[in-house]
Design a protein around this ligand. Structure first.
Ligand code: CAO
Length: 437
């Protein structure tokens, strides 16, 4: 025999006039015992309303926006008396279930009940208690939280929901996942992690405009830079290095070269000094593990070089640099930067860097604050060397001074370690004989 059971709002600790935020069932649906059928909300908490009986929903008596109180009729459910599952008093999960069983003599497992003929139907009412204390936050209902957890979504990362007062609904979780999967979540003007978005402005109201599509490289670089900017506590340390002797040696070396040979720039010496410093300070040749618990130290020395191309910034990687001569490095960088500018780099050409150098020295500058190419832990910025009067204790003498900027991930590198690393590079570039040591 089947019977129609009324599901009512249970004892909610005397709170009246509770808002109905979401109704999750409709007539014809099959619900299981304890399945969430609606989300209710008071000023202080939200709660899932569990079905106090399993069966086929006959009628739903509430809708989103209604106000309900204890005893309000929520839905009627047609229950197959023989098959409907009952709460077992000894099962811990059902300790919260209303002590009034649907039918104590019906322990059989759930099956979808057939609609019963009217003359075999009788009506009764049951309600399950709901726990207000366990749902003390007002952002999302427990069922939405559970749904988010099942998908591995941190609900705090969903900026706002479409429910009443910004409540996060199941659809908001789904849309958030879609947004992330499409890659859009990294690269838009909308605020992430609660950061307010940048307002959209119609600039044409102020004057003539033209809209240009961003290149793919620019979009990808933008995503990566935003990700790093938001995730890494970065510090930039500035230093000036006397490269007068190094420059004289470089000019002498280039003078020996034939017309068609690749010339050596100061960058090659900087790469060499950087490798020596990474050997001396191994935490710079490392990456933080994803859980932030370990430092992964690398025993190879690959250096990424930021290259300016018509389509945007790319970072080809020079591999196993410690085993290469200055001339080899010059040839390899010329080849890679040519390839980069022609858009011919393959993904493999841009992978595996331990640290990156961003050199603007060919263009100018006195200092800048490059952004770490995470999961690397530091980046070395270079701007234009210039002759400066330097006090030698007796007089000012003209010296060629090279400005360097080291940005590092402060979770891995301490300030003093950063300063020592730069002091080591400075010592080696000021006296390049030290690179032989
Ligand atoms: N001080 C003074 N002169 C410098 C210098 C410096 N720090 N660095 C380079 N120069 C000189 C070179 O000696 C060369 O002079 P000549 O023409 O007389 O030979 C000239 O500037 C051009 O050098 P270059 O830039 O072609 O060569 P490089 O080896 O120094 O750099 C590369 C190669 C690929 C790094 C560079 O061409 C490049 O693309 N730089 C841009 C990187 C970039 O965009 N970074 C920003 C990233 S945002 O974080």
């Amino acid at each position: 025999m089947a019977e129609v059971i009324e599901i009512k709002v249970p004892d909610v600790g005397g709170v009246a006039s509770i808002d109905v935020v979401e109704v999750l069932i409709k007539p014809g649906d099959t619900v299981a015992l304890e399945q969430t059928i609606a989300t209710l909300e008071t000023d202080k908490a939200s709660m899932d309303l569990p079905a106090s009986a399993g069966g086929i929903v006959q009628q739903v008596h509430i809708k989103s926006g209604d106000k309900v109180s204890e005893g309000s009729l929520v839905a009627t459910v047609l229950v197959d008396s023989v098959d409907s599952p009952q709460p077992k008093p000894e099962a811990p999960a059902q300790k919260q279930v209303d002590p009034v069983p649907v039918k104590a003599e019906q322990p059989a497992p759930a099956s979808i009940p057939e609609p019963a003929k009217p003359d075999t139907v009788k009506t009764s009412a049951i309600s399950l208690p709901i726990d207000l204390s366990s749902t003390a936050t007002t952002h999302a209902s427990p069922s939405v939280r559970l749904f988010a957890r099942e998908l591995g979504v941190d609900i705090a990362k969903i900026p706002t929901g479409n429910g009443r007062k910004g409540r996060i609904l199941k659809d908001d979780v789904k849309n958030f996942v879609k947004h992330i999967m499409s890659g859009d979540g990294q690269n838009n003007n909308q605020g992430n992690a609660g950061i307010p978005g940048i307002p959209t402005i119609d600039f044409s109201q102020f004057g003539e405009i033209e809209t240009q599509k961003l290149s793919k490289i620019k979009k990808l670089t933008g995503q990566n830079l935003t990700r790093v900017w938001l995730n890494l506590p970065m510090v930039t340390y500035h230093e000036e290095v006397d490269i007068t002797e190094m420059e004289a040696f470089r000019i002498a070396l280039n003078a020996e070269k034939g017309k068609d040979e690749i010339k050596i720039t100061g960058l090659m010496f900087i790469i060499k000094a950087l490798i020596a410093a990474m050997k001396q300070f191994p935490s710079f040749n490392a990456s933080l593990s994803a859980d932030g618990e370990n430092l992964i130290l690398k025993k190879y020395y690959n250096i990424g070089i930021a290259v300016d191309t018509p389509n945007g910034l790319v970072v080809p990687v020079l591999r196993n640099v410690d085993g290469k001569s200055i001339n080899q490095l010059a040839i390899e960088l010329a080849e890679k930067s040519d390839k980069a500018r022609q858009g011919k780099l393959m993904p493999g050409d841009m992978q595996g860097a331990c640290l990156t150098i961003s050199s603007l020295g060919g263009i100018g500058g006195t200092a800048f604050t490059p952004i770490v190419n995470a999961p690397e832990v530091a980046i070395l910025g270079v701007t234009r060397a210039k002759m400066q009067p330097v006090w030698n204790g007796k007089e000012f003498i003209p010296r060629l001074m090279l400005p360097l900027d080291l940005t590092y991930d402060h979770r891995v590198i301490d300030g003093a370690e950063g300063a020592r690393f730069m002091a080591f590079i400075k010592q080696n570039l000021s006296d390049i004989r030290r690179l032989l040591l």
